[in-house]
Design a binder for this molecule. Structure first.
Ligand code: PHE
Ligand code: FE
Length: 282
């Protein structure tokens, strides 16, 4: 899910100083492309009723339907024309600073490898399907695109405050697992949900996980799980609102304040929380 690793290692052999590698699109096998096609059509059969409409229009504008794994060069050409973003390949998780630096310059880092046919439902490390199908469609949306860049800049700044951990929670609870309001109902937009066959319906329909209105302080105090469906979800009003509520706040005093407050466990409900009902099926 492209939560950056914490090391400040040198790039691996074969990677550039900024950790990028050539995608080598021509090296993918027919089986690799077939895995993308299966994952793509399986998700797209589900998503129209579940996902933020901006995700669908982004996927369409970028030509993600294939056939096959997208060529980052062609994908980046289209994306650059829309919002100035591009997609670059990396060997795996990259150090925080490298990750933030790319985002701050409107480059999204994506794994080049694709899962095996035996791992269609679950894998530990983000692959090209999670990274590209999950994350890239919304980068065609101008406001979301600005949010991701602001996040990268905020990350570079947060390194000076040793506050990456708090900032990572913001990423997790929005970019990876966020929900968004759609009138009286909810839709998914986080990449970890939209790229998951099981969680895309669960996140909206299951009665168990509380769905809590986005609040910056609340989000940065809340723990998350990386090994199971999320025990709770945060709900934004709109991408405009998310950008406004993060961009206009100086996080420096917030990081200091949060150090004095206890973390909140997953799925706990606190007195100030505004909760949303789960969607009815159908
Ligand atoms: N406003 C944040 C700061 O002062 C930067 C930021 C913007 C972080 C948007 C995340 C998202 O550091
Ligand atoms: Fe991710």
């Amino acid at each position: 899910m492209t939560i950056p690793a914490a090391s400040a290692d040198a790039p691996p052999v074969g990677a550039a100083a900024d950790w990028t590698i050539p995608q080598r699109w021509g090296d993918y096998t027919p089986e690799d492309h077939a895995v993308w096609d299966r994952l793509y059509s399986r998700q797209m059969a589900l998503l129209p009723d579940l996902v933020a409409p901006d995700f669908l229009s982004g996927a369409k504008a970028l030509g993600l339907e294939g056939p096959g794994i997208p060529d980052f060069k062609r994908l980046s050409d289209r994306l650059r024309r829309l919002t100035g973003w591009s997609v670059v390949a990396v060997p795996g998780l990259v150090p925080d600073e490298v990750f933030f630096e790319h985002l701050a310059n409107r480059r999204f880092v994506a794994g080049r490898f694709i899962r095996s046919p035996a791992q269609l439902d679950y894998l530990q490390e983000p692959d090209v399907f999670h990274d590209v199908f999950g994350h890239v469609p919304l980068l065609a949306h101008p406001v979301y695109a600005d949010y991701m860049q602001a996040y990268g800049r905020g990350g570079l700044r947060a390194m000076g405050f040793a506050a990456i951990h708090k900032l990572s929670r913001l990423y997790w609870h929005t970019v990876e697992f966020g929900l968004i309001r759609d009138g009286g109902r909810l839709r998914i937009f986080g990449a970890g949900i939209v790229s998951s066959y099981g969680e895309s319906g669960y996140a909206l329909h299951d009665p168990a996980p509380p769905r809590i209105a986005f609040d910056l302080r609340r989000v940065m105090r809340t723990e998350y799980r990386i090994d199971a469906y999320q025990p709770h979800y945060f709900v934004i009003d709109s991408f405009e609102d998310l950008l406004a509520k993060t961009l206009e706040v100086d996080f420096a005093p917030l990081y200091r304040e949060l150090e004095t407050l206890p973390d909140l466990p997953t799925s706990a409900i606190t007195p100030g929380d505004r909760l949303f009902p789960h969607n009815d099926r159908g």
